[in-house]
Design a protein around this ligand. Sequence first.
Ligand code: GDP
Ligand code: MN
Ligand code: MN
Ligand code: MN
Length: 249
Amino acid sequence: MEVFAVPDIPEIEPGDDLATLIDERVDLREGDVLTVASTVVSKAEGRGADLSDFEAGEHARDIADQIGEIAGERKDPRFAQAVIEESEELVMAAPFILAVTRFGHITVNAGIDRSNVPGADLLLLPEDPSASARRLSDALGVPVVVTDTSGRPFRQGQRGVAIGWAGLPAMRDWRGEHDREGRELTATVEAVVDELAAATNLVTGEGDDGRPVAVVRDWEFGDHDGHDHLFRDRDGDLVRQALADFEYH
Ligand code: GDP
Ligand code: MN
Ligand code: MN
Ligand code: MN
């Protein structure tokens, strides 16, 4: 397979028609998968915001205090308020805010970004990234994955993950297939949309590269079962349950 960035995407402004901007810059083929950084989806959807848009309530001030006590530097309570308003639930408040977004993705600060955001303090994640991916996919005729750079537990460093997708299943389900010894696979479900996001993140970069859109060409999902159950349910998530009882010492 081949991975390449779509060239010459301009600075994205609220209201921009991303699908047309992409369509004018790349000849997509059947079988391609397009990945789009959530940053430009958010910009096009007008998800820039200013700290002054948020009025910190008691919970937000309390979180800012807790983080301040641990980290020595108080977080702006209005930022904590923004995270609260973008979240369905907070898994953890300090030393960092680990939030469940309304669309099910669990990430630090609800994915609110402060890099590559000219003209605003903050950039909120798209409200419903799979709906955004669906609109792009319908317009462009190929599967689309909306990505974000995200940290991982247990490991240093970040990598691209899928936060929305359309036109392909999120997961490639190997259960019921066999290994080379004929042993049946009973647990392996591959999060292919995350793997595609990580692969294209290698060419989109994180800084001033200006390459938010990438194409994966000549990759095949193959003859496997698939489904969309990427985000764990709370009930099956032992780590989330453990963190709910977490207190920083
Ligand atoms: P995130 O991973 O979705 O948070 O996005 P990043 O901030 O890491 O940006 C991903 C890529 O998109 C980088 O190459 C940025 O330079 C680029 N980028 C961000 N915003 C824009 C934009 O408005 N226009 C263009 N052309 N590139 C952008
Ligand atoms: Mn981001
Ligand atoms: Mn990134
Ligand atoms: Mn293995």
